[in-house]
Design a protein around this ligand. Structure first.
Ligand SMILES: *Cc1c(COP(=O)(O)O)cnc(C)c1O
Ligand code: SF4
Length: 338
């Protein structure tokens, strides 16, 4: 384990000092394979390497199969073409009503305020999404407000990604204020991986912003493996639940990373120690460049059965797939369609 002093370093400086050079990452982890390096350099031309040092600090050295490393290290297999794996598997470009707004489900929509993430997850279904053309500018708020008011079923806004917690607290405060000025909005959800990869993002200012809002706040973090949840990360997550902020987790089922029942069981128990409830376990979206993380339906079925048989119901994440055009995420277990 590399011992960084990231616990004392503020999140802004961590965010401006990300690892983006494959050779630096591999040398920090004492991995000297030429093949890994050349594959990483090639694949990072399509989707750059980006990983915070605090997250690398949770990886084991000298292990090319470390489950955290596999999520972030560009790999030559990403460059292989596969007919089922495409650039917009969810048809999101079609659901894009206004800049920043992605409205597919009745009561809630995704609002993207930034295209930036603190970490580039290799399996991400948004790796090809044209963010820069789609971000709301200041003057777009009026259009978003009108859109919400014209859709009275909307009672929840989901800040999503990019990663909203890469934004400054000042900017978040501005949007919280805007959204809470609309009476019909009751719930604000934040989807973010930053608390896992830069735990110091959960700072006093953010906590006070969230706990003082009129809105019910739900933070949905994204952790795929118990090793991502070291004691320091858990202590930060516990600060949120201490302030009555609901914290949930979503994970993605990934070959080589967490494709065993025991790994998922350990993840659920570890989350619960941090008072985080497992929410979703997503099967991989068929996005171009992520085919090497894919599992057979029968493997998924076996793993999930085993998870169900070993965990109390409240620690079992819902196994779901996002299907373009559906009104909700599609539950998979017991379904005939996967
Ligand atoms: C996943 C998702 C949501 C949130 O769905 P929940 O089931 O409420 O968690 C909302 N909008 C879009 C477009 C989504 O992909
Ligand atoms: S949107 Fe989430 S999954 Fe995708 S790269 Fe950003 S942090 Fe990773």
């Amino acid at each position: 384990m590399i011992n960084y002093l990231y616990q004392e370093q503020n999140w802004q400086s961590q965010l401006s000092d990300l690892i983006t050079d494959p050779s630096e990452l591999l040398s920090l982890l004492e991995l000297s394979s030429e093949q890994l390096l050349s594959g990483a350099i090639l694949a990072s031309e399509q989707f750059k390497l980006r990983v915070p040092r605090a997250f690398v600090g949770k990886m084991n050295t000298q292990n090319p199969f470390d489950p955290l490393l596999l999520q972030v290290l560009p790999h030559h297999l990403e460059l292989e073409e596969h007919p089922e794996f495409v650039t917009d598997p969810l048809g999101e470009e079609a659901a894009n009503q206004l800049p920043g707004v992605l409205h597919k489900y009745k009561s809630r929509f995704l609002l993207t305020l930034t295209g930036a993430c603190a970490v580039h997850c290799r399996y991400c279904f948004r790796r090809h999404f044209p963010y820069q053309e789609n971000l709301p500018k200041n003057e777009d708020w009026l259009n978003i407000k009108n859109y919400i008011e014209a859709n009275p079923h909307i009672n929840e806004i989901i800040l999503s990604g990019g990663d909203p917690l890469t934004l400054s607290n000042r900017k978040l405060a501005l949007w919280l204020e805007r959204l809470s000025s609309l009476k019909q909005i009751k719930i604000l959800r934040i989807h973010s991986r930053v608390p896992i990869v830069i735990p110091n993002r959960i700072d006093e200012e953010l906590i006070s912003l969230l706990k003082n809002s009129r809105l019910r706040i739900i933070l949905v973090v994204h952790s795929n493996h118990a090793s991502e949840l070291d004691d320091f990360t858990c202590s930060k997550l516990l600060q949120l639940s201490a302030e009555h902020i609901t914290v949930l987790n979503q994970a993605v089922l990934l070959k080589g990373v967490n494709d065993s029942a025991q790994t998922l069981i350990d993840l659920s128990y570890r989350l619960f120690e941090a008072r985080v409830m497992p929410y979703y376990l997503h099967v991989l979206d068929k996005v171009k460049g992520a085919q090497h993380f894919d599992l057979e339906s029968s493997e998924i079925d076996d793993i999930y059965r085993d998870v169900l048989a070993n965990l109390p119901g409240y620690l079992v994440p819902k196994l779901v797939r996002e299907i373009a055009g559906e009104k909700n995420k599609t539950p998979l277990f017991g379904a005939t369609t996967f």
